[in-house]
Design a protein around this ligand. Structure first.
Ligand code: HEC
Length: 108
C-alpha cells in the first residue's frame, strides 16, 4: 500500500515546512505562556477570559499600556518591586515571558 506511505510522507513534509516557516519567536511565546501558567497565574490573570489571581494587574492590561515594551517588561522581571516577589528567573525566562505578555497587546 504505497498510498498510505505517500500520504504520510506528504503530511510530514507539510508539517515540517509549516514549522520551519514559523517565526522563532512563536516558540518563545509558547514557552512564556507555559512559564506564566506555572509562576504568575496565582497573582495575575495571564490571558484574556481565563481564571487567575487578582493580586497583580492582568497581563492583557499590562500589555495594553501605551508605554509597554519587551524591554520594559524584562527590566521589571529582572528587578520587580514589592509587593511582587523576585522570582529568581533566568534571562531566557524573562525573554520568553516578555514576548508572551507583549503577544497579548491588542493590535488595533
Ligand atoms: C505573589 C504574587 C505575584 C506573583 C507570583 C507574580 N506577580 Fe507580577 N505583580 C504582582 C503585584 C502585586 C504587582 C503590582 C506591583 C505594583 O503595582 O507595584 C505585579 C506587577 C507585575 C508587572 C508590572 C505591571 C505593570 O503595570 O507594568 C509585571 C510585568 C508582572 N507583575 C509580571 C509578572 C510575571 C511575568 C510573573 C510570573 C513570572 C509574576 N508577575 C508573578 C504580584 C505577583
Amino acid at each position: 500500500m504505497t498510498w498510505g506511505i505517500d500520504m504520510r510522507r506528504l503530511c510530514l513534509t507539510i508539517a515540517v515546512t509549516a514549522l520551519g516557516a514559523a517565526p522563532a519567536f512563536g516558540d518563545e511565546i509558547t514557552r512564556g505562556k507555559e512559564l506564566a501558567s506555572r509562576w504568575c497565574v496565582g497573582c495575575h490573570v495571564i490571558a484574556p477570559n481565563t481564571p487567575g489571581g487578582d493580586v497583580g494587574p492582568p497581563f492583557p492590561a499590562v500589555a495594553a499600556e501605551p508605554y509597554q515594551s519587551e524591554t520594559a517588561l524584562k527590566a521589571w522581571l529582572a528587578d520587580p518591586h514589592p509587593p511582587m516577589p523576585d522570582l529568581n528567573l533566568s534571562a531566557p525566562e524573562f525573554d520568553a515571558l516578555a514576548a508572551y505578555i507583549m503577544s497579548l497587546k491588542p493590535t488595533d
